[in-house]
Each structure stands twice: as structure tokens, then as C-alpha cells.
Design a protein around this ligand. Sequence first.
Ligand SMILES: [Zn+2]
Ligand SMILES: [Zn+2]
Length: 313
Amino acid sequence: MSRAHPVGAPDPADTRPRAEVEREVFLAGLGAGLGDSRDLPLDSHLHTIRSPDANAMLEAYCVLAVERGIAELAITDHVDFDPTMPAYGFASFADRERDVREAAARWADRGLAIRFGVEVTYERRYEEDIRGWLLRHPHDYVIGSVHVSAESPYKAFNVASFVAGHSLPEIVEPYFDEVIGAARSGLFDTIGHLDFVKRYLIPHVLPSQLAAAPELYEPVLASLVESGTALEVNASGLRQLPRETYPAPAIVSRYRELGGRHVTIGSDAHRTEWFTYGLSRAYGAVAGAGFEALAFRRGGTRVDVALPTGLLM
Ligand SMILES: [Zn+2]
Ligand SMILES: [Zn+2]
């Protein structure tokens, strides 16, 4: 079966606002079954109203999870350390933890497990702040992600001039260098959306160009393998401009070939309608790469979560 997205590849001539195109990608994917993920053991990346860019109620995810047979959720709201970033000081640890622990208690007898996680924005310059904070604020599960801040060369008003005159390796280097820093820090169970930068590079650099240069990923993948940090296969790219997971299935396979053994999967929903969107595709990528289990943590040491048998690849 082809791994191509049901609505095709990004069109470099499409100049509509990103939100408009992504709405169309999302709806087309719904028509092609990307909303039909069912009977899966884990969605390890979810945002609620405790994130500044999300409007989903935790309770709504729980209802859908039971309906769809999703056995376990990790609630991973944003925490930022850069005062100019939107999740800086947005929700308190106490509020986030109380929301999740209370939901976990309410839903346990319906067979749904809910873990208290976090998605920390990693920036090398805040690494020691993050280290101290994580020590003082224990979570079940911690994602470290590189996002695009106001100063980033990938921000909409910077990216065209940044891309002009730079080679592809030079273009991805600032993003991947921070990802390598996140992996080597040893602070995180997983790295969120490993190549999220491809969303911001469209239309200047297309996912197909990155797919044709897999060697650009090798230092990043090596940093995951060497540090024991899990690779997250993030399904949100399927409803965004790239129309493929972060990272694409071929990169998941390359990670395994390089010795990677720890992988996790999340839908990265910020709205109720995005819950588990594309999750089956992400499971297919992981199974197709030869993995038999996901790596997860429930507050203690890492645990394996077996993949269901008979996954569509
Ligand atoms: Zn993120
Ligand atoms: Zn996220």
C-alpha cells in the first residue's frame, strides 16, 4: 500500500494562508479515513485548554478514547521557558496535575488510563532551567520539542530570506542542531515531532526534497540512539502542510536500522476533532519499520507497550 497522503503533496504555487490550507488537508484526510483510528493502545501526545494554542477539554478526549478503544492517553500540555513564548507561565504545574489526576481517577474503572505528561519547548540556552524545573516537578512522561520562536529563521517573515542563498543542509541545520541538543541533554523521554521544521519550510523546501536527502537526518537519529531517547512518530503532520507524519515512515525505518529501539506515537491533538487523527497511519509506520512495541513511561522506569497485531501498513 502506498504511503502517499490521500490528498497528495503540497503545491508550491498555493499561496493561501496556512490555516486555510491545513483545514482543507484535514477535511480531505477525514474523507480518506484518517479520522478512523480505533483499538490502539496509546496516544502519547495531547493538549488541552491548559495549553495556550489548544481548546480541547480533557473530558472530551476521554469520552472519545473509550468510544474508539484507545486504552491509554498522555496529556502533554505545553511548558515554555522563553518568556516571549505563549506557554511561558500559562498554566501552573498544580492545575495541570490536578486536572489529569482527577480525570485518571474518574475514568480508571472504564478501562482508560491517563498519564500526566508535559511537552517542554527545548532551547539550548534554557537547558539548565529546564533540568532544574523537571527535577522539582515530576511527570509520568516528558516530551522535549523544538518549536519556532519569534526569533527563529523559520518564522513566516524570516523564512524566505533565510532559505535564499542557503543549501539544504544549511537550511535545516539550526533546527536539527537544537534537536540534537535536546536528545543529548538526556532530559526527555522522547523528542516531539522530530522534523516539525518541514511545516515552516513549505513552499520553499518541500517534504519530497527532505525525503531525497535522508543523510541530513542521520546525526539527529544518531543522537537519539546514543542517548536512548525515544523517537516520536507524530501524526499531526498528516493534517498540516506536509501531509505526512513527523518524521516520515522512511525515517522511522532508518532510525531502526541505525539501532534505534525506542519509539512512541502521538496525535498531538489541540482540538477535540483532531483526537487520534492519523494515529493508525503512525502505528503503520512504526510496525512497518519492524518495531513490536512502543516505549513509554508511567512515572517510573520505561515500559514497553505492545503494538496490536494486524496493523495496516
Ligand atoms: Zn510541539
Ligand atoms: Zn504538542
